[in-house]
Structures are given as structure tokens and as C-alpha cells.
Design a protein around this ligand. Structure first.
Ligand code: MF3
Ligand code: CO
Ligand code: CO
Length: 290
């Protein structure tokens, strides 16, 4: 892999290669070679791949709509799991999270201070809660991944704010998706927006390439610097899924090994879609209005 002097440095600094790693010692050169190779591992999708991911995406969106009609005070998070599981199977699809790296359920359900990867169970939703439902379906071997955060009953001011900022964060990130921009442009736009609203962006979980597998390259951080990271090309498919906290960005993972919560107990919200990069912008393969 030859890197030209005037190209952006693959180490992700945002500087030109000649002003950055070109003259650095061997160890660092190896790091940047690694970064350049990572970029080559992003698997571009062809038209028939895209058609299949679109079909999986359509089911994910239908599932999220169905979930919306059932969200109300008094239901258990496990009721959402049953709803998603049965609907997915009925539609000849597979719920991707079930047994994924040991995850025990067919959907992630994350309430209030839970950032993501909540395991459905006996918790009962109550008036004023917010709940994120994250659905990934496999059809004909192809994956699509999306989530939404819902209000349970009547939201308070804090709930309204964090859900609005999380939705806006995905919108701002998606606006940057266009061939020629970089992965770093997406995180930069999200971080700028969310922090301007006084919220914080989770660092430990990122968006990801998706389609052939659940999690592929590239990683898509929801923070960072403009002009850094891999350049977007038509046929790339990845999620943007900012997790935004009303308080501080730090998290803890519970003893179950999955449930991530805000360390300060503040509310956290998230929206996710699977996007295809096109020449002029993007197409959402899991389209729902933002
Ligand atoms: N759907 C999540 C994502 O957006 C991943 C969930 S993995 C699980 O990437 F194991 F927690 F289900
Ligand atoms: Co995802
Ligand atoms: Co997801």
C-alpha cells in the first residue's frame, strides 16, 4: 500500500502524510501500515447485496413500528423480547442478537440510565420511562440493524431533552454521509451537536459496518476529528448509532457482562439506522423518519 505525500495521514491525525508520519520511526510506520490495511478490509456491497440488506432493513423497521404500538406502562421488557422474537420468526428471519457472543435474548431493551445492551427480563416499564429497543434481523444471511428510543406514557422534561438530542445526533451524523467525506466527519458532527446541547457522547460503543456480518469494519465513532479515518465510497454500508447521555459520558457494565449504564445515573438515549453510502449522499436501508 503506497501512501502519497499529500494524502491525509492514515494514522487518523487529520494532517497530510508528509507533515505527520512520513518521517517517523519504524514502529509508528507499522501502526500506519496497519491503519491503511484496515481500510482495505471494508467490504463493499454490490447491488444484489444491497437489495438483500434492504429487505432485512424493511423487516427491522416493521418490527420497530410494531414495538411502538405495544409500548405502555405495565409491560415487561421481556414482553418486548417475545414480540420481536415471534414477529421475526414469523417473517422467516433470524434475530441476530440471540446467542450472539452469549447474548441470551432476541433484542436489546435499554431503559432510562441503561445506555445499551439491556437484557430483556422482568423489569416493568412505568409512566415517564424512556426505553430503547434495538433490533437486528438476518434475512438470507444478510443483516440490518436499527433502534429507536420510545417514551413510556408521558415524558418529563429530561426525557424529552435526551431523546430529542439523541435523535438530532443521528440526523447530524447522517448528514455527513457522502462519498468523499470521511468516517471522522460523522463523529465530529455528532459530538459538536450533542455537546453544544450540554449532553455527552459515549465512547466505548461505536457504529459499525454491517450486512455480511453483524459487526464489520469500519468502526464509526460518534466523536472525533473532521477529515480523519477511512474515506467513504459508494457501496459502503454501516450503522450510525450515537448513545447520548444527559450527564457525563462515563459508563459501567453490570455483572451480567452486557448491560451498560451511565456511571452518574443520568438518562441515556440512542437512535440507530443502517446507511448505504451513495455518490451524492446516502440511502437508509432501515428508513424511519427522524
Ligand atoms: N444491536 C447492537 C448494535 O447496534 C448490538 C447488540 S449485540 C448484543 O450494534 F449482543 F448485545 F445483542
Ligand atoms: Co449496531
Ligand atoms: Co443495533
Amino acid at each position: 500500500m503506497k501512501i502519497s505525500r499529500n494524502q491525509l495521514c492514515p494514522c487518523g491525525s487529520g494532517k497530510k502524510y508528509k507533515k505527520c508520519c512520513l518521517n517517523k520511526k519504524t514502529a509508528q510506520k507499522n501502526i500506519i501500515r496497519g491503519a491503511a490495511k484496515e481500510k482495505d478490509k471494508i467490504r463493499i456491497k454490490n447491488n444484489s447485496d444491497i437489495a438483500a440488506i434492504r429487505r432485512a432493513g424493511r423487516l427491522v423497521v416493521e418490527t420497530l413500528k410494531l414495538v411502538q404500538t405495544h409500548i405502555s406502562p405495565g409491560i415487561k421488557t421481556d414482553d418486548i423480547n417475545k414480540l420481536v422474537h415471534d414477529f421475526t420468526i414469523k417473517n422467516n428471519a433470524i434475530p441476530a442478537t440471540l446467542n450472539y457472543r452469549g447474548f441470551p435474548k432476541s433484542v436489546c431493551v435499554s431503559v432510562n440510565e441503561v445506555i445499551c445492551h439491556g437484557i430483556p427480563g422482568p423489569r416493568v416499564l412505568k409512566d415517564g420511562d424512556i426505553v430503547n429497543v434495538d433490533v437486528t434481523s438476518i434475512i438470507d444471511g444478510y443483516y440490518a440493524d436499527a433502534n429507536q428510543t420510545y417514551f413510556v406514557g408521558t415524558p418529563g422534561e429530561d426525557a424529552k431533552k435526551i431523546v430529542s438530542v439523541a435523535r438530532g445526533s443521528l440526523k447530524e451524523g447522517a448528514k455527513m454521509v457522502c462519498a468523499g467525506n470521511t468516517i471522522g466527519d460523522i463523529g465530529w458532527a455528532i459530538q459538536r451537536y450533542a455537546e453544544a446541547k450540554g449532553c455527552s457522547v459515549v465512547r466505548e460503543f461505536v457504529g459499525h459496518g454491517v450486512g455480511f456480518e453483524f459487526h464489520e469494519l469500519p468502526q464509526v465513532p460518534h466523536y472525533g476529528r473532521r477529515g480523519t479515518g477511512p474515506r467513504l465510497v459508494p457501496g459502503m454500508v454501516f450503522t450510525i448509532e450515537p448513545m447520548v447521555n444527559l450527564g457525563k459520558k462515563e459508563l459501567s457494565v453490570l455483572a451480567d457482562g452486557w448491560t451498560a449504564i451511565t456511571r452518574d445515573g443520568s438518562l441515556s438515549a440512542q437512535f440507530e439506522q443502517t446507511l448505504l453510502v451513495t455518490k451524492t449522499g446516502y440511502e437508509s436501508l432501515t428508513p424511519y423518519p427522524l
